[in-house]
Design a protein around this ligand. Structure first.
Ligand SMILES: Nc1ncnc2c1ncn2[C@@H]1O[C@H](COP(=O)(O)OP(=O)(O)OP(=O)(O)O)[C@@H](O)[C@H]1O
Ligand SMILES: [Mg+2]
Length: 402
């Protein structure tokens, strides 16, 4: 082999080495890339496995039977509780260990297992009284004796509400249609709500009470639905009385609707009118409305077949004030110098609510002076305080009706 051949061979070998080196580097790079890919895929796998687990849990949750809503009626010494589901009888059931015993009280709203009816959870109190039903049906404990004066008004209310419900045959015999709905109107604090409650206590009808301002403020967007559900409930539980307090907040005159809030009120009112048109006057549902702003009511509400009987509740006159003082001092420890006649004479223009406030206030003065018997001087001071503070709007309202 000569030199030239030798050189040629060397060159060839080094070229080969360089080529192999290049290939090695390429393989190394490939390996690195594949390694990276592997890591990525592994991560992806973990992520997907997690997702599968979440979805399985979700599926499991969705497959669970529904819970029943119930109310706790009583807690037993054995640790069990008596519950009533929204429909049906009472049950004695167990309580799940997860439930915090301290939050479990008589009247709590709870969720119940569908099979065992065991208490699974204590729910926050209902915000929607119509849905939970029982809450709007109340039997207040006001008797006719708790109302001072207003004898004629009360008789009129009972004739219009109680008789058609309890003795419809009387109306049939005479051949007239009883009013469908009665409106109590009068200045604030004169006993409108009180009268409706007394009628509710004294009749055996279901009493469903709703406050107009709550309908439109508390259940925004739901007013119309609530009105409908309320009447459904009334029909279901008939004979019944639906009492709409503060009717003016749903029944104000329809003006050019400026805000969505106004339109909401209007929808609620329309639903109310539709419901009132939808049942017959001899049916089992009677409506009582109350308002201290009859002047702003929509005329549609007052048309025949709707609130077609209007009872005006006047501010108490002298005789009524005597009565009301007697009622609100019944439980008070009175000194013998207290004269109802004088009190009634110096409280001209005061409402029943004012008189109640005067009685409480007189008691406060007595306590402040560390006495136990309430004296006439306490009452005089209380009259000064309560009536002296009567604000402008109240006086104006009194004038409006007076
Ligand atoms: N005639 C009355 N006899 C006895 N108490 C009365 C009478 N009127 C009012 N009261 C007392 O005043 C309180 C408030 O009365 P009530 O809620 O019935 O007034 P209202 O007419 O509904 O007023 P508003 O228009 O402001 O709703 C009653 O709970 C009661 O204690
Ligand atoms: Mg009232």
């Amino acid at each position: 082999m000569d030199d030239e051949q030798m050189n040629h061979l060397k060159k060839e070998i080094s070229e080969k080495i360089a080529m192999l080196e290049e290939e090695r580097i390429r393989y190394l790079e490939d390996a690195k890339r594949v390694e990276g890919e592997k890591r990525y895929v592994e991560n992806e796998l973990i992520r997907l496995q997690k997702e599968v687990r979440i979805l399985k849990a979700e599926l499991e949750r969705l497959k669970q039977p529904p819970m029943i809503i119930g109310t706790v009626r009583d807690l037993l010494a054995s640790g069990k509780v008596i519950v009533r589901s929204t429909t049906g009888p009472d049950f004695i059931v167990d309580v799940s260990q997860d439930v915090d015993r301290r939050s479990l009280k008589v009247g709590s709203r709870v969720s119940l297992n569908k099979q065992s009816l065991a208490v699974m959870e204590v729910l926050p109190p209902s915000i929607d009284p119509i849905v939970s039903g029982a809450e709007v049906i109340e039997k207040p404990s006001v008797s006719y004796d708790d109302i001072g004066g207003l004898r004629d008004e009360l008789r009129e209310l009972r004739e219009a509400v109680e008789d058609p419900l309890m003795r419809p045959e009387v109306y049939k015999k005479v051949g007239i249609e009883p009013p469908k709905a009665v409106l109590l109107e009068g200045p604030p604090g004169t006993g409108k709500t009180l009268m409706a409650k007394a009628v509710a206590t004294q009749t055996n009808a279901t009493f469903i009470r709703v406050v107009g301002s709550e309908l439109v403020q508390k259940y925004i967007g739901e007013g119309a639905r609530l009105v409908r559900e309320m009447f459904e409930l009334a029909r279901e539980k008939s004979p019944s009385i639906v009492f709409i307090d503060e009717l003016d907040s749903v029944g104000a005159k329809r003006i050019d609707m400026a805000t969505s809030g106004d339109r909401e009120v209007q929808r609620t009112l329309m639903q109310l009118l539709a419901e009132m048109d939808g049942f017959n006057p001899l049916g089992d549902v009677k409506i009582i409305g109350a308002t201290n702003r009859p002047d702003i009511l929509d005329e549609a509400l007052l048309r025949p077949g709707r609130f077609d009987r209007i009872i005006t509740i006047p501010p108490p006159d002298y005789g009524a004030r005597l009565d009301i003082f007697a009622i609100h001092t019944k439980k008070m420890n009175l000194h013998k110098d207290v004269s109802f006649e004088e009190l009634a004479a110096i409280t001209d223009g005061a409402s029943g609510a004012d008189i109640r406030a005067i009685c409480t206030e007189a008691g406060m003065y007595t306590i402040r002076e560390k006495r136990v018997k309430v004296k006439m001087v306490d009452f005089r001071r209380a009259v000064d305080k309560v009536i002296g503070n009567m604000d402008y709007t109240e006086k104006e309202a009194g004038l409006m009706f007076g």
